[in-house]
Design a protein around this ligand. Structure first.
Ligand SMILES: *Cc1c(COP(=O)(O)O)cnc(C)c1O
Length: 369
């Protein structure tokens, strides 16, 4: 029980939060486990990032630089931004919480899309605000559906672009149309966790829009293409007034010294990032083709994962496929929490993991009920 009679009560919204369920790590069988449930990079981080992380082991007794100055400089240099408009955090999850805490409260509404990232709902409720869910079209964020839900209470709109877990994206023209339709006091949060993987001419993570508006922010992470998920490193690019608000409420030392050093080294190793993007492009295409060929439906993805839809038939459902794969050592992500009970999300793995997964799914689809 979370609340006992007469005992302490969490504030409004907290007990309505369904706790975030991370991807499983353990299989039930197979000689080897292939974890393809959390969109981690199969290439790992840059060896230079690992070296930089290790190099800080003897400074564990020293507080980190609370302003994350060197990391902000490195990010600013890499992405051509103003370092004063960047706030770093313990993963982008933390910066998503910070923006919600600073700008949302009881009585406010915040919109996200039906199959959008689960952290948005948690951050909205934790701030005491009311989540409002916009339907999607073809598993893609629907700008008109979002605009149709805007009321004078709407203070924030979250979109992941590309979206996790669907892998779809909005062209920049659509993002701009969304922004143009929002009230001036409503913040548009562009979560671009997978931006480095996208190779489309009509895509933009939103840097231009942040720079020219006072109500758009973009969040980024070192957890995906940079392979530093365990280091917990994310950041937000935002107007200076928003950066000022976030800096007032964040923990004064919310990013560790070793993580910052690893992040800086990872940014500099552009050859490693490029290798990861090329690997992803090749194998995401291969996985999509192979899975389609065996009769599964794959939502076209621009991220480092694909959403695979299973038939709603006895013995062939997503839950059956999941059990079958686990017995072969292959761990994917179940999608019930994302309102996609007949789908599994598959992260692009290394060649061996991808081949083992396709082989197992071919056998699963071919087996008699
Ligand atoms: C993985 C992911 C993040 C990154 O979270 P971190 O806290 O930085 O590890 C953010 N947004 C989306 C949509 C993601 O899928």
């Amino acid at each position: 029980m979370s609340v006992q009679e007469g005992g302490p009560r969490p504030k409004a919204g907290v007990l309505e939060i369904a706790p975030y369920v991370p991807g499983k790590s353990k299989a039930t069988g197979g000689a080897k486990t292939y974890k393809l449930s959390s969109n981690e990079t199969p290439l790992g981080p840059s060896p230079k990032a690992i070296e930089a992380y290790r190099a800080h082991a003897d400074q564990l007794h020293m507080y980190p630089d609370g302003s994350a100055s060197a990391l902000r400089q490195a990010i600013a240099h890499h992405y051509s931004l103003n370092p004063d408009h960047i706030v770093c955090g313990c993963g982008s999850d933390e910066v998503l919480h910070l923006i919600a805490q600073a700008y949302l409260g009881v009585g406010d509404e915040a919109i996200y899309s039906r199959h959008g990232f689960l952290v948005y709902e948690i951050a909205i409720r934790a701030a005491g605000a009311t989540p409002v869910v916009a339907p999607e079209t073809d598993y893609t964020t629907d700008v008109d559906a979002i605009l149709g839900l805007v009321t004078p209470r709407t203070k924030m709109v979250f979109i992941a672009n590309p979206n996790n877990p669907t892998g779809t994206y909005l062209p920049f023209s659509e993002v701009k149309r969304l922004h143009a339709g929002l009230p001036k006091d409503c913040i548009l949060v562009l979560d671009a966790a997978y931006a480095e993987y996208v190779r489309r001419n009509d895509y933009s993570a939103g840097i231009e829009l942040v720079a020219e508006s006072n109500n758009v922010v973009m969040t980024r992470t070192f957890s995906k293409i940079y392979g530093l998920a365990a280091a917990r490193l994310g950041w937000i690019y935002c107007p200076p007034a928003i950066a000022d608000a976030l800096n007032r409420i964040r923990g004064p030392f919310n990013v560790t010294t070793a993580a910052m050093a690893a992040g800086i080294a990872a940014l500099q190793d552009t050859a490693h990032t490029e290798k990861a993007a090329v690997h992803n492009e090749q194998w995401r295409g291969w996985l999509t083709e192979q899975l389609t060929a065996i009769g599964l439906t794959v939502t076209p993805s621009v991220g480092n994962f694909v959403l695979v839809h299973f038939p709603d038939e006895d013995g062939k459902r997503a839950a059956d496929a999941d059990a079958f794969l686990l017995s072969r050592g292959v761990v994917l992500r179940r999608m019930e929490n994302y309102h996609l009970p007949q789908a599994l999300r598959l992260s692009v793995g290394d060649e061996e993991a991808n081949r083992v997964t396709v082989q197992a799914l071919s056998e699963f689809m071919a087996q008699k009920k």
